[in-house]
Design a protein around this ligand. Structure first.
Ligand SMILES: NC(=O)C1=CN([C@@H]2O[C@H](COP(=O)(O)OP(=O)(O)OC[C@H]3O[C@@H](n4cnc5c(N)ncnc54)[C@H](OP(=O)(O)O)[C@@H]3O)[C@@H](O)[C@H]2O)[C@@H](O)CC1
Ligand SMILES: Nc1ncnc2c1ncn2[C@@H]1O[C@H](COP(=O)(O)OP(=O)(O)OP(=O)(O)O)[C@@H](O)[C@H]1O
Length: 458
């Protein structure tokens, strides 16, 4: 697939087909009937990917069909040729307007086999951990819900084991939310606050002190304080990095908070993760941290790291873009788009835009009309699950072919996670309307994943 993408040969090239019955009632019946196409195979797909490619940029969009997938899809995605024609079925009338005038071709580049390979197989040979071990580094005094949502979303998707690394102050509440989560306190906000307070006192004394001997003593006290700080943060870093060999994904950020003393430890954890080639999902306060001038070097490293997914909301996206533009050596990141990096970026919005280098996939799945806090955390956890499975595929021992396929599939895995959360949000909204919260989205995500897999198997 990668080779095809790089070729950029066709003005319009359709990459592949998914059979995922996501978007029932995708369009209101009032939408004007598009000039539709006739499919060489009847519209058997519940969804398909349109890859519009030109030499500089590639865009994949998603549309959907309603009908259940027939058995022939079991084997392989049928080759579909779209010709300019008119609609003959209700299903075709449901095509989104935006695709009506696109003359395109769908081929077998992304087959249902590949879509299936986004999920690890459920077999009796599986053991605890075969379907993914992930960790969430987040959760602070103020935010205990965010890491819980992210971790539970991953569990509800089907990951086996999830550990939450958080502040001591957050660990008991998170444990009480769910017995399934392994929760480990890796630092204490109180302890960090004490360090800040003691340093402020010493600094103030230093400013007023005139006696040389006293000043030396204060200097020494500050040095000891720095040692204590170093020791505390090293413990945080070592506790987390010690788990790296057993992890398939590390998600950093949900509810992390913005404690200035913790950030150096977060940056060190990210750097160690890159050294270990561990898959990273970065959200919320991890993205805030990366937009700060002190952490530009870390951001710079992440920009050229292949194994990262960043999931900024509107604000986080603005901050990071601004930070990238402010790079003194911005020439390192030539190109109009500061996002054109090695890893994957998901810009969340009414349409989630998933991009990697010159490839862009758009998740057109409709969400709900309620935007409660925490749905971004559910998304971070869901993406972490799909990325963990993608890592498992890489570790599957299939040799270089598997590695190549893993890289090709990862962006589709992330896109699929975005669509799943949108669909779960819509189901939750349909059920709860204004009372909908992230907890209700969590309750839906497992069923949505089941539906996706069912549609791939039936
Ligand atoms: N239950 C919990 O524990 C939860 C904990 N959470 C945790 O909170 C932490 C901070 O995360 P964050 O999202 O509040 O911080 P940040 O991105 O700086 O936004 C700050 C301000 O930016 C704005 N704004 C944001 N998006 C916008 C948009 N699309 N369109 C327009 N404006 C937008 C908006 O400003 P306002 O509209 O209020 O002016 C917003 O208040 C982080 O750790 C996260 O994980 C949450 O996950 C929720 C559940
Ligand atoms: N304008 C929008 N219309 C519809 N859905 C949206 C819109 N903006 C974001 N979403 C969806 O809401 C979910 C969370 O995105 P959001 O931008 O709120 O993230 P966030 O601020 O990080 O969330 P959180 O509250 O967990 O911190 C995603 O699934 C995204 O697709």
């Amino acid at each position: 697939m990668k080779a095809r993408l790089r070729q950029g040969a066709g003005d319009v090239m359709t990459l592949g087909a998914f059979m995922y019955n996501f978007t029932q009632n995708l369009l209101p019946s009032s939408i004007s009937r598009p000039s539709l196409a006739r499919w060489s195979s009847r519209p058997v797909l519940s969804s398909w990917l349109l890859l519009l490619s030109n030499t500089s940029r590639t865009t994949v969009s998603v549309a959907s069909f309603d009908p259940p997938c027939p058995s022939r899809f079991r084997k392989k995605t049928p080759s579909i040729v779209m010709a300019s024609s008119h609609s003959t079925t209700n299903n075709e009338q449901r095509l989104p307007q935006e695709f009506s005038d696109i003359f395109h071709r769908v081929d077998n580049s992304f087959s249902s086999d590949q879509a299936r390979s986004l999920f690890p197989q459920l077999t009796s040979a599986a053991h605890k951990g075969s379907h993914g071990r992930i960790a969430i580094f987040g959760g602070s005094e103020k935010y205990t819900g965010a890491p819980y949502y992210a971790a539970s979303a991953a569990l509800n998707c089907g990951v086996d084991l999830v550990t939450v690394f958080c502040a001591k102050e957050a660990s008991i509440p998170i444990k009480c939310y769910s017995p399934e989560l392994m929760v480990q306190s890796v630092y204490s906000v109180e302890e960090l606050d004490d360090l800040v307070r003691e340093d402020a006192v010493l600094k103030a004394r230093m400013e007023t002190e005139r006696d040389g001997e006293q000043m030396n003593m204060i200097d020494e006290e500050r040095r000891l304080l720095r040692d204590r700080q170093h020791h505390i943060l090293q413990k945080t870093i070592l506790t987390i990095t010690a788990t790296f060999p057993s992890l398939h994904t590390l998600c950093v950020g949900p509810g992390l908070g913005r404690h200035g003393l913790l950030f150096p430890a977060v940056a060190a954890v990210l750097e160690k993760a890159m050294e270990s080639n561990l898959a990273l999902v970065l959200d919320a306060d991890a993205l805030y941290m990366l937009s700060l001038e002190e952490y530009r070097d870390t951001l710079k490293q992440l920009i050229s790291y292949e194994n990262v997914v960043m999931t900024p909301n509107l604000m986080e996206s603005k901050r990071l873009k601004q930070s990238l533009r402010n790079f003194r050596n911005y020439e390192d990141f030539k190109g109009d788009d500061p996002w054109s990096n090695a890893g994957i970026v998901v810009q969340k919005g009414s349409t989630d835009v998933v991009s990697q280098k010159s490839i862009t996939l758009r998740c057109k799945e409709k969400g709900g009309l309620k935007r409660s806090g925490g749905i971004g955390d559910v998304l971070a956890g869901t993406i972490s699950a799909f990325v963990a499975w993608n890592t498992l595929l890489q570790n599957g021992g299939g040799g270089n072919d598997d590695v190549t396929r893993q890289l090709e599939n990862r962006i589709f895995a992330v896109w699929m996670a975005c669509c799943a959360v949108k669909k779960a949000t819509r189901n939750a909204f349909d059920r709860k309307r204004r009372a909908m919260s992230a907890q209700h989205v969590l309750e839906e995500i497992g069923e949505v994943i089941r539906e996706i897999e069912h549609n791939l198997e039936v």
